[in-house]
Design a protein around this ligand. Structure first.
Ligand SMILES: NC(=O)C1=CN([C@@H]2O[C@H](COP(=O)(O)OP(=O)(O)OC[C@H]3O[C@@H](n4cnc5c(N)ncnc54)[C@H](O)[C@@H]3O)[C@@H](O)[C@H]2O)[C@@H](O)CC1
Ligand SMILES: Nc1ncnc2c1ncn2[C@@H]1O[C@H](COP(=O)(O)OP(=O)(O)OP(=O)(O)O)[C@@H](O)[C@H]1O
Length: 272
């Protein structure tokens, strides 16, 4: 069975499980969702070679945290990306690699030439995910700062989650105005970012307005605020709710970036 058939099967099982918890959904809703998932997975064709349907880089994984970068990488593959490169610390690499032979793992993030090592691969990557299981060690964060600058210089889309967001909260200028960035904060990460770039407390009665304001304060970069209802804004348009599976993935594992349908791999939301 091909990788994509397995991916579709896996997505189907997740959705079926989700729907078993949400009986209120109609069969028609379910059919629509299956179709949306199918749309995400690229069609097999003899005209393409391996790599053309997505080469994704994951920056994260350190001594303490190895699960999150694995989930980010393997999920990218399950929704159709062809290759995933994980850039992690030396100690994390054998652990992450042993979870799956499908991931390409580079034990470079804690080396003094981390930037050069990652830069060798940057020209081949279609998107970079920064933060899952990264930790908050200053030396690592400094390396990641340089990697972010190099990635921006190449105009590569960047998705930032978890400790990547911690770094952005310390240094918002690092990502300010970079239109190809997507930040995926949970409620706590959202507050941290808010405090870094805005004054006063987050308006908990107006989630939509808050997401819009944060996106604008960061120079109109896309913010996906995770929670019971995910909210997405690019600072120009009022936030929209997550459109495909509200609440169904509450038992999150690893990282929001492991659910790429919410961000750049997704088809456009249906017009309403
Ligand atoms: N939390 C996770 O699932 C993962 C954490 N990892 C790493 O573990 C370290 C600590 O992670 P923490 O998640 O504890 O982060 P923090 O140290 O930033 O703590 C955030 C706190 O906010 C709480 N919180 C989260 N969502 C909330 C909500 N909606 N409402 C109220 N409280 C909420 C959490 O329970 C946690 O106590 C980080 O270095 C992080 O990268 C990573 O390995 C990836 C997985
Ligand atoms: N209260 C909730 N009810 C239903 N679903 C929720 C709720 N909170 C979060 N979720 C779902 O879980 C996803 C992850 O949100 P969460 O707040 O757990 O982020 P997180 O802590 O950063 O986790 P992860 O890093 O795994 O994405 C959300 O995008 C949403 O789909």
């Amino acid at each position: 069975m091909g990788v994509r058939c397995v991916a579709i099967g896996s997505c189907g099982r997740v959705i079926q499980r989700a729907f078993s918890l949400h009986k209120a959904h109609s069969t028609k809703d379910m059919e629509n969702l299956f179709q949306l998932v199918r749309n995400i997975v690229p069609a097999l064709t003899s005209k393409k070679h391996k790599g053309q349907d997505g080469r994704i880089g994951i920056v994260g994984g350190c001594q303490e945290y190895t699960g999150a970068p694995y989930f980010a990488g393997i999920s990218a593959l399950k929704v159709g990306a062809d290759l995933t490169h994980v850039f992690c610390t030396r100690e994390a690499a054998p652990v992450i690699k042993s979870y799956s032979p499908e991931l390409i793992v580079h034990p470079v993030l804690d080396s003094s030439n981390a930037l050069q090592e990652v830069e060798k691969w940057l020209p081949r990557l279609h998107a970079l995910v920064v933060g899952p299981g990264l930790g908050r060690d200053d030396f690592l964060l400094n390396n990641v700062m340089n990697i972010l600058e190099a990635t921006k210089a190449r105009d590569i889309p960047i998705i930032i989650d978890a400790d990547g967001l911690w770094l952005i909260a310390q240094l918002p200028a690092l990502i300010h105005g970079y239109q190809k960035a997507i930040l995926t904060p949970n409620r706590v990460e959202f507050s941290r970012l808010w405090e870094a770039v805005l004054t006063g407390p987050v308006d908990t009665k107006d989630h939509s307005g808050s997401v819009l304001k944060l996106s604008q304060a960061l120079g109109n970069i896309t913010v996906v605020q995770k929670g019971e209802h995910d909210l997405i804004s690019d600072g120009w348009q009022a936030p929209t709710h997550s459109w495909w599976l509200p609440g169904a993935l509450a038992h999150s594992q690893g990282s929001a970036t492991t659910r790429p349908s919410r961000s750049m791999v997704a088809p456009q939301p249906p017009q309403t």
